[in-house]
Design a protein around this ligand. Structure first.
Ligand code: BJW
Ligand code: ZN
Length: 266
């Protein structure tokens, strides 16, 4: 049966994690950290669906911004929106949760980091070989020929509220698009295969800050569970897809991941 533990924010609260959880983490041979927008929420980056941390899809229409059709219809609007988000990420810093993942990898050397996030905060915290399922805000490419396109270190500010036109491809002159995966697009098969292989081979699957609503990423926990891994979900709210013997650790990642480290290896 699924079990649930709540973080208590009261100053001085003991917040002792269950010994079974600590032992599972300590003894993991091949761990996976699978993250979503909640991992970066404490860096000030808005999530997509969680009202308490900005909820991009409550303020903006995904159909008008996060599909290839939207880009073809209104490239300035889509490009400008992604440049605005890239600027926010450039100004943000990795948070305690990103740093805890780096420390966890020092304790568990086989650990793989799989993220749905399009920021580079894991890398800036020090994580290596992060699998980016949904691409990156920092790797633009041509819409027509897919050639990589270098981005300016700092995006231009939109003038008078006007959206920026996307740059043109240096190879074919086509419009440059953000290097993210939009709805209806396939994920990079190499990244997806590597993520499914890691989930299928792990003994600990630590899911952090994802609503578990977007596929095929949302199938990764199921793959891990089917192969016998222990699943821990770190999230202030119970996400979709929790089942079986999963353990929910309810609270912010920036509180729970450091507790996990401190109590497992004290
Ligand atoms: C905290 C916290 C704190 C807050 N600490 N936690 C099968 C079934 C149903 C639908 C589909 C299916 N297969 C495919 C689909 C369609 C679609 C899909 O999944 N739709 C669903 C939404 C219904 N999938 C696709 O289109 C995918 N492509 C595909 O499948 O191709 C093959 C195909 C093609 C054509 C037809 C059919 C198949 C592509 C999906 C691409 C997703 N792209 C986005 C945008 C990326 C670019 C951008 O950034 O703009 O990726 S959408 C958005 O959602 C983004 C995220 O990576 C993704 C996941 O969101 P995430 O990370 O879970 O964030 P939230 O906001 O949902 O949740 C945040 C969580 O954090 C919450 O739980 C909070 O509680 C928590 N939290 N503070 C810890 N401090
Ligand atoms: Zn091109």
């Amino acid at each position: 049966m699924t079990s649930t533990w709540h973080f208590d924010p009261t100053p001085g609260a003991a917040n002792r994690l269950p010994e079974t959880v600590l032992e599972t983490v300590r003894s993991a041979q091949r761990a996976v950290v699978f993250g979503g927008a909640g991992m970066s929420a404490e860096s000030g980056i808005a999530t997509f669906r969680d009202a308490q941390s900005g909820a991009l899809w409550a303020r903006f229409d995904a159909e008008q911004l996060a599909t290839p059709e939207a880009f073809l219809r209104d490239p300035e609007r889509v490009w400008g929106w992604y440049e605005w988000r890239r600027m926010q990420v450039l100004q943000a810093r990795p948070n305690v949760a990103h740093r805890a993942v780096v420390e966890l990898a020092q304790r568990l050397p086989q650990l793989r980091v799989i993220t749905q996030n399009v920021d580079d905060l894991h890398e800036r915290a020090g994580s290596r070989e992060v699998l980016h399922l949904h691409g990156s805000l920092h790797q633009a490419r041509c819409f027509d020929c897919a050639a990589a396109h270098p981005l300016d270190a700092l995006p231009d500010e939109p003038e008078g509220g006007r959206y920026l036109a996307p740059p043109r491809c240096l190879c074919c002159g086509g419009p440059v698009r953000p290097g993210v995966v939009w709805f209806g697009e396939s994920l990079d098969p190499h990244v997806l295969d590597a993520a499914f292989a890691a989930a299928g081979a792990c003994d600990l699957f630590l899911s952090v800050g994802t609503s578990g609503l977007v596929h095929p990423a949302a199938q990764l926990p199921d793959v891990a569970r089917q192969q016998g891994a222990t699943l821990l979900h770190v999230n202030p709210q119970r996400p979709q897809g929790v089942s079986g013997e999963d353990v929910c650790l309810l609270g912010p990642a920036g509180q729970i991941l450091p507790l996990l480290l401190r109590q497992a290896w004290g």
